[in-house]
Design a protein around this ligand. Structure first.
Ligand SMILES: [Ca+2]
Ligand SMILES: [Ca+2]
Ligand SMILES: [Ca+2]
Length: 127
């Protein structure tokens, strides 16, 4: 028992990237760190100070992806986390290959994606 606790402390201390948390989500291909952190895709580094609303709900529930977290709308954009993440019932089996939208970004929802993609394309051609 003591060994397990000790090991858990060591492991959690060593992991800065929290990739282990990310891997508990059904899908994290498109947004990666940005699912739980308000980061700019290009320069801001994820840190403890930029955890977004979804990251907070995820942490509050002990970093478990389940039906309760799937049913919540963490970022308040009217789309439940499960819909945005592509696992509507929260059973860990995604219904999509990549996220429909970001559950931690209220400006990003399944119907804004086309606009978003267009913005990224436009940025690529910016000087
Ligand atoms: Ca939402
Ligand atoms: Ca599912
Ligand atoms: Ca969203």
């Amino acid at each position: 028992m003591l060994l397990i606790v000790l090991l858990a402390v060591l492991v959690s201390g060593a992991l800065k990237s929290r990739e282990d948390y990310m891997q508990r989500l059904p899908v994290y291909k498109r947004y990666m760190c940005a699912l739980c952190h308000s980061v700019d895709e290009f320069d801001t580094q994820p840190s403890g100070s930029n955890v977004n609303d979804f990251g907070r709900d995820f942490a509050r529930g002990g970093y478990v992806w389940d039906a309760a977290l799937a049913a919540m709308d963490s970022d308040g954009d009217d789309y439940p986390n499960g819909i945005e993440l592509g696992d509507e019932d929260g059973d860990g089996e995604p219904e999509t290959l990549i996220e429909r939208s970001n559950p931690g970004d209220r400006l990003n929802n399944p119907s804004s994606i086309d606009k978003d993609t267009w913005g990224i394309i436009k940025n690529l051609f910016k000087d």
